[in-house]
Design a protein around this ligand. Structure first.
Ligand code: NAP
Ligand code: MG
Length: 492
């Protein structure tokens, strides 16, 4: 009888997960076999004559060949940006600049399906996320900043704002199109020109954006998009004719950039890593909080700088929360990112999967208890089961260091002061979340948590109007909103 009972339970879980496949079609997007560099309004071969392969991390298949920029290519791109800045863009009235940015926004919207397919094929994120989050939010950023281009005197009342010049922009692989939009839109709205480098593993949507920029008839050189690895990024940072560096990526590279630009007149915004605390009080609506925790850590496979990777649960509800969390994890569908049912797609690269697996080992060596959902993983590609660690200490590496994967640590607390001290006890300070029924508790914590963003009874909410950025080793400067304009102007 006992065996029969456990069979029934198993069957229930299996049937919950085995939905009929609902794959998005690859054929709705065209990907060229080879991509060149977008410099001065044209697609040009790299001076290096070198190309590398970009792959689909869910299948490990090659998708396309990508040009690798060397110093000469960076020089050409910066020169094109400088000429476009001096000759056209800085002189153009804001209302004219706005028309181009609105045009880009509309074209991203028109090709939203194609962009989401390419984002998912190249980056491994579920199609549901690229379709419902990445692409529409990227379009919204262009719309939002297009609206500011002719209203800068209202953004900076009684002061005169002028552009900085050529902006070098370097972005990571976790939100490739969205990060390009965050960077390009405010720079153009304020009259700067751009040289942007996407991450080595996810260049395709930025190159598709280059096609749109060409079609939108933006004056040549206003936006240049060049591909390559870390060395290309370093060449942009060190170029003497670049006036501003906008970087999103790891804290380690952020520190290299700070050292490189020290003593120069270059301005910088750095959006770096995070290790966000998500805090559940015993008076919180627990089901809603558990949904928020799941979204906070498993959205985009946990490749999110503001991911809620440290959960703090008030002691009296710990057992209940843990049980609900495990039950919910068991229903998450891990697998083919192109399937519309998938909740957790592929880890972006072999290197990132190795990093995550290294941290799983470290967690076990540190004496933590690991729990993973029982889902089957695909035979090919880079995948990781959603993972929880309990019995962890504040000093453990898995609680202190950014893992950037679907891995959550859970600790308990008794009082407000205790959880504030624990939440603030990391080198990072990008975001945090609070779940409680009491407004007074929310206000107490939002004033004391040392992070750029605090979400209350929600998590991972983004809007172009709302500024985003960090404290401490999570970087400085803000992107989004009115604050995002400041980063691209001199104010008199
Ligand atoms: P990364 O290694 O720092 O890379 C970011 C970008 O910088 C990539 O385009 C990279 O090129 C380039 N790069 C590498 N070395 C460079 C150098 N010496 N000089 C200039 N550029 C260089 O970070 P990642 O692994 O791609 O992204 C994950 C990290 O980004 C995480 O730590 C995450 O928290 C952070 N992140 C932060 C935010 C935020 O808003 N705060 C948002 C997203 C991600 P390659 O592609 O060739 O490596
Ligand atoms: Mg890297």
């Amino acid at each position: 009888m006992a065996t029969k009972k456990s069979n029934t339970i198993k069957l229930k879980f299996d049937s919950a997960r085995e939905l009929a496949p609902a794959p998005e079609s690859k054929s709705a997007a065209t990907i060229k076999p080879q991509y060149e560099l977008f410099i001065n309004g044209k697609f040009e071969k790299p001076a290096s004559k070198k190309y590398y392969h970009t792959i689909n991390p869910a299948t490990e298949e090659r998708i396309s060949s990508i040009a690798e920029s060397n110093q000469a290519d960076v020089d050409r791109a910066v020169k094109a940006a400088r000429q476009a800045y001096e000759k056209t863009w800085k002189k153009m009235p804001g209302k004219e600049r706005a028309k181009y940015i609105f045009r880009i926004a509309r074209m991203v919207q028109e090709r939203a399906r194609e962009f989401s397919i390419v984002e998912t094929l190249n980056g491994g994120k579920p199609i549901r996320e690229s379709r419902d989050f990445d692409v529409p939010t990227a379009a919204n950023h262009f719309f939002y900043y297009a609206g500011w281009a002719d209203k800068l005197e209202y953004a900076f009342p009684n002061r005169q704002a002028s552009p900085l010049g050529v902006a070098g922009q370097i972005i990571p692989w976790n939100f490739p199109l969205l990060m390009a939009a965050w960077k390009i839109a405010p720079a153009l709205a304020t009259g700067n020109t751009v040289v942007l480098k996407p991450a080595e593993t996810t260049p395709l949507t930025a190159l598709k954006l280059a096609e749109i920029i060409q079609e939108a008839d933006l004056p040549p050189g206003v936006v240049n998009i060049i591909t390559g690895a870390g060395a290309t990024g370093a060449a942009i940072v060190n170029h003497p004719d670049v006036n501003k560096i906008a970087f999103t990526g790891s804290t380690d590279v952020g520190k290299i950039i700070q050292r490189a630009i020290a003593g120069t007149s270059k301005k910088a915004t750095l959006e770096l890593g995070g290790k966000a605390a998500n805090i559940i009080f015993d008076d919180a609506p627990l089901d809603q909080a558990v949904e928020g925790v799941i979204n906070g850590i498993f959205f985009n496979q946990g490749h999110v700088c503001c991911a809620g990777s440290r959960l703090y649960v008030q002691e009296s509800v710990f057992d209940q929360v843990l049980r609900k969390l495990k039950d919910r994890m068991e229903t998450l569908i891990v697998g083919d990112p192109m399937d519309k049912n998938t909740d957790i797609g592929a880890i972006n690269s072999k290197a990132q999967l190795d990093t995550i697996n290294k941290y799983l080992k470290i967690g076990l060596q540190e004496g933590a208890d690991m729990y993973q959902s029982s889902c089957k993983l695909p035979g090919k590609g880079f995948f990781c089961r959603p993972t929880l660690f309990t019995n962890v200490a504040q000093s453990n590496r898995i609680t202190q260091e950014e893992i950037f994967g679907p891995v959550l640590t859970i600790q308990t607390f008794r009082t407000d002061d205790e959880v504030i001290a624990k939440a603030n006890n990391t080198p990072y300070g990008l975001s945090s979340g609070v779940w409680t029924d009491k407004g007074s508790k929310i206000f107490n914590l939002t004033t004391k948590l040392r992070s750029g963003v605090v979400w209350a009874n929600t998590f991972n909410k983004f809007d172009p109007v709302s500024p985003f950025g960090g404290y401490k080793e999570s970087g400085y400067g803000r992107e989004g909103g009115l604050h995002g304009l400041y980063a691209y102007v001199n104010v008199k």
